[in-house]
Design a binder for this molecule. Structure first.
Ligand SMILES: O=c1ccn([C@@H]2O[C@H](COP(=O)(O)O)[C@@H](O)[C@H]2O)c(=O)[nH]1
Length: 224
């Protein structure tokens, strides 16, 4: 089912982003624009991408004091994104203020533990728990803050959904079987992540770096 795939258009090149989005549009439910795209193209670039007619997930992973995050989100309001990210590590008050500042139709979701990190990376930044326990802690904080859901890996989503049945679960770090990990450390296949409870899958390089992005997106869709 293609509606659950958001293709991550991680590029500074607006023309390339549009070209890929246009190629894959029949096999994805939306497009994800992140820091790389936003730094290069700003709100005008996001508006150009939105004109393609696919839902826009603005993955800016905001993380600052509550007032600054709220003001940043107010500045983004005209874009009316379908989904917007903040970091759960910014704390409960920051997440509460982020949700209050967002447009009513925008889902605000909190990144828990980046899928590029494993237990040893957490230990190196002073977090003694393994990713599973840390995701559970931050998911609970996000739920209490009244936001819409979290970003976590496929390995944590089943437990998170059990604790928060109404939550919206965004799962990146998705690779078809045998796919190149790149910088990702906590990965799962698209079908396994959906079975585990992912609301949407974020998939970048397996689609965008393929020789034929449309065929790659179609092949992934066929596994779901
Ligand atoms: O924990 C996280 C949070 C966000 N991302 C983003 O998802 C895509 C993944 O791209 P791939 O090319 O499929 O690895 C990328 O835009 C990240 O910024 C994540 O990977 N992990």
């Amino acid at each position: 089912m293609s509606g659950c795939i958001y293709v991550a258009l991680d590029t500074t090149d607006l023309v390339r982003a549009k070209t890929i989005a246009t190629k894959v549009r029949n096999h994805v439910g939306g497009i994800k624009l992140g820091l790389e795209f936003f730094m290069a193209n700003g709100q005008a670039g996001v508006r150009e991408m939105a004109a393609l007619g696919l839902p826009v997930f603005l993955d800016l992973k905001l993380h600052d004091i509550p007032n600054t995050v709220a003001k940043a989100i107010q500045a983004l309001r005209p874009l009316d994104p379908a989904i917007l990210t903040v970091h759960a590590a910014g704390g409960r008050a920051m997440m509460e203020d982020a949700k209050a500042a967002a447009p009513p139709g925008t889902k605000v979701v909190a990144v828990t533990v980046l899928t590029s990190l494993d237990g040893s990376d957490l230990a190196a930044i002073g977090v003694p728990d393994d990713p599973h326990a840390q995701v559970a802690r931050l998911a609970n904080l996000a739920r209490e803050a009244g936001i819409d859901g979290i970003v976590c890996s496929g390995a944590e989503v089943a437990a998170a959904k059990k604790a928060w049945p109404q939550g919206f679960f965004v799962v990146p770090g998705v690779r078809p079987a045998g796919g190149d990990a790149g910088d990702q450390k906590r990965m799962m296949t698209p079908a396994a992540a959906r079975r585990a409870g992912a609301s949407i899958l974020v998939i970048g390089r397996p689609i965008t770096a393929a020789e034929d992005p449309d065929a790659a997106a179609r092949a992934i869709e066929a596994t779901l």
